[in-house]
Design a protein around this ligand. Structure first.
Ligand code: NAD
Length: 363
């Protein structure tokens, strides 16, 4: 099999891992890495025995496929340059900061007839893969994605940086359009929003409460789903899935705790999980690394012409919902009136201090 000539554009925090994995694949020839910061390009290229570049132009006609891991604001410029010369593109999430840019990339990929994949990596999380192949119709969902402040991705806010993962997962799980959006969000220091909560109602009737924060001390990434089929909970950090369903007897006859005597009700406490509600734990952590799975899938699509699991259109739909969330965040009236504080940047003035800080600690 011919080795696929590939390059990674943007080898910062995440891109260096794209490059490391690609350099280790037997059917890939990593012909170069690009970073606007020459020191970073040289550092990563030196480690992986490939060539460093500070701009993607020299590689436009030297690769069979490319992985783009620059800050989001540069996705469109870099991806469109490769698509225009017919090179398949894997672009990190979010596809682009605006719908107009996303539409252009989709049109360019269609014109060239090449795959355009978006890096919504949680679709390759083994726990999510386990879940989505089951017949579940979500009716109420809670998604939480909290992380510490990293100082990266400051070109966008918490919605396009973090919440976009859960928006994409919800769209993939539910399969219907979002009917209505209500959201509130705030910034900790000024600039883009750092924490957001959104309530989404889908045409299916499913309601999702989605929270994202990039200034939380303890990381948390989880999804909890209630459905007619049962309950599913995913921890994306540990890659574990828990599934709960009613036993066949409970499904058929129900369980009337209010009609039981006290002794039977007391027993119920110990028997409810296991006997009446059946539980399965699925440990996805033993499966391989999901970035490798995502890259391998992209390569497979390039070689076979298969449609990627996460298409440009999927990436665009996630941005479309994100834009609606951001619009709602922007016009939230904190005091219930339009002439008061409105949106993520203009918060009501603090009423006071929550606690006193001793002078020595404050210094
Ligand atoms: P980063 O700032 O650590 O790295 C970006 C690198 O790109 C930097 O080294 C920068 O010098 C370089 N760069 C900037 N402009 C460039 C250009 N025009 N050409 C070449 N190089 C350029 O950022 P990061 O955290 O690695 O994020 C990069 C992208 O990956 C973002 O789109 C982000 O949203 C995405 N991301 C996705 C996930 C995920 O879970 N899928 C996680 C983190 C980041």
């Amino acid at each position: 099999m011919n080795r696929l000539r590939m390059a990674v554009i943007g080898v910062g925090h995440l891109g260096q891992h794209h490059a490391r994995i690609l350099a280790g694949l037997p059917d890939v020839d990593l012909v170069g890495v690009v970073d606007a910061n020459i020191d970073q390009a040289k550092l990563v290229a030196g480690r992986l025995d490939t060539r460093p570049y500070t701009t993607h132009e020299p590689l436009l006609h030297a690769v069979d496929a490319v992985s783009i891991v620059t800050p989001t604001v540069h996705h469109h410029a870099v991806a469109s340059a490769f698509l225009k010369v017919g090179v398949p593109v894997l672009v990190e999430k979010p596809i682009c900061p605006t719908l107009a840019e996303a539409d252009e990339l989709i049109a360019l990929a269609a014109k060239a007839g090449v795959p355009l994949q978006v890096g919504h990596i949680e679709r390759f999380n083994p726990a999510f893969e386990e879940l989505i192949r089951r017949p579940i119709r979500p009716k109420f969902v809670e998604a939480e994605r909290h992380g510490p402040f990293t100082g990266r991705s400051v070109d966008i806010g918490a919605v396009l940086d973090l919440m976009i993962h859960d928006i994409d997962l919800l769209l993939a799980l539910d399969g219907t359009a979002v009917k209505s959006v209500e959201a509130v969000g705030a910034t900790a220091f000024g600039g883009h929003e750092d924490m957001v909560n959104a309530r989404l109602i889908f045409e299916s009737g499913c309601i999702a409460h989605v929270t994202a924060s990039r200034i939380t001390q303890r990381p948390k990434r989880r999804l909890r789903i209630w459905a007619p089929e049962g309950y599913a909970g995913i921890d994306f950090v540990t890659r574990k899935l828990v599934l709960v369903q009613q036993s066949p007897e409970v499904r058929q006859y129900g369980l009337r705790a209010d009609k039981m005597d006290a002794a039977a009700r007391a027993r119920l406490k110990d028997e409810v999980f296991g006997r009446h509600l059946q539980v399965r734990y699925v440990d996805g952590d033993r499966k391989g690394d999901q970035l490798t799975a995502e890259l391998r899938h992209f390569i497979d699509c390039v070689r076979t012409g298969r449609t990627p699991r996460v298409t440009g259109e999927d990436g665009r739909e996630a941005v479309a919902v994100a834009e609606r969330i951001l619009a709602s965040v922007r016009c939230h009236e904190w005091e219930g009136r339009p002439d008061g504080a409105v949106g993520p940047n203009r918060m009501p003035r603090p009423a006071g201090w929550l606690f006193e800080v001793p002078k020595a600690e404050a210094a």
